[in-house]
Design a protein around this ligand. Structure first.
Ligand code: DHB
Ligand code: FE
Length: 302
């Protein structure tokens, strides 16, 4: 059976992709940022931790989607995804290989669980997805893991609520647990932390709030699911709302978590770097009120 064995969260600052691509990742400015990922790079390379598949929760920044189409939640069911051209040519990093069988299974399970996912078979992926891969895996010839992209709209108002994101995470865990093949699956939550890229408060960083958020991802509190959008906006700037994506990761880890590794550094470009590795302690998630019945009905109809 497939199992979610760990959750990883990381900021996705595009400048870190540039630093890695230009070989500046160990210089005075970027060195302390990348050093916080050394522990994770070693941990994820060990055979017992190595994921077969990562469900990579991220946001697109007007690369694959724009004002013409704005899916709240979208799941990539394709075979592969190329790095997007974000204005200065695609990054020279490997294509991302998908896992269509598991992705379609998750799409079916989520939709029958009453999460109305958009299914994407073709798209390019931007820094929201490729920078976290760089932070975790450095510069391999091919990414050593299959990736199911799960895109969340956090760019155009209204993004989904934290509570809905957490509940989606729980539904993802139910979906993975019902996949027959033995697979080590990780879920990553990306984006954040506090940042505002435009307007009067551009450059805002709130280390105290960010660290409260990191604290509350650990253990069994569910406080974060009830943080309203306006609090993210006030406390963490207009782009801090990216952090709701971390709650999908946290929801998928179940009742309680243990922190294996944590890293926080300011500044990085206009934001703070946050990174945490969590292990489920009691990974139980609440049963769905509808999934089983819907699955039976679907199967009967086939
Ligand atoms: C920055 C951060 C982001 O999340 C992003 O998408 C673009 C830029 C930054 O801090 O530079
Ligand atoms: Fe971003």
């Amino acid at each position: 059976m497939a199992r979610i064995t760990a959750g990883v969260a990381s900021s996705h600052v595009p400048l870190l992709g540039v630093a890695s691509d230009q070989g500046k990742d160990r210089d005075d400015y970027f060195g302390p940022i990348f050093a916080g990922y050394d522990w994770t790079r070693e941990w994820i390379a060990k055979p017992e931790n190595k994921p077969d598949v990562v469900i990579l929760v991220y946001n697109d920044h007007a690369s694959a989607f724009d004002m013409s189409i704005i899916p709240t939640f979208a799941i990539g069911c394709g075979e592969r995804y190329a790095p997007a051209d974000e204005g200065w040519g695609p990054r020279k990093v490997p294509d991302v290989e998908g896992h269509p069988d598991l992705a379609w299974h998750i799409a079916q399970s989520l939709i029958l669980d009453e999460f109305d996912m958009t299914i994407i078979n073709e798209m390019d992926v931007d820094h929201g997805l490729t920078v976290p891969l760089t932070m975790m895996y450095d510069k391999p010839d091919a990414w050593p893991v299959k990736v199911i992209p799960l895109a969340v709209n956090v760019v155009t108002y209204p993004p989904p609520s934290g509570n809905r994101c957490w509940a989606l995470g729980e539904a993802i865990a139910r979906a993975v647990n019902s996949f027959g093949e033995d697979l080590n699956v990780q879920i990553w939550g990306t984006g954040g932390m506090s940042h505002q890229l435009q307007g009067q408060r551009a450059g805002l960083i709130n280390a105290e709030w960010d660290n409260m958020f990191l604290d509350k991802l650990i253990g069994d509190t569910q406080d974060l699911r009830h943080v309203p959008h306006i609090e993210y906006l006030r406390e963490t700037g207009s782009e801090g709302i990216e952090m709701v994506m971390w709650l999908i990761m946290r929801g998928a880890l179940g009742k309680s978590t243990k922190c294996l590794h944590r890293h926080y550094h300011v500044p990085c470009s206009n934001t703070a770097i946050g990174h945490i590795v969590l292990e489920p302690v009691d990974g139980s998630v609440p049963p769905s009120p509808t999934l089983e019945g819907n699955n039976e009905a679907a199967q009967a109809a086939i």
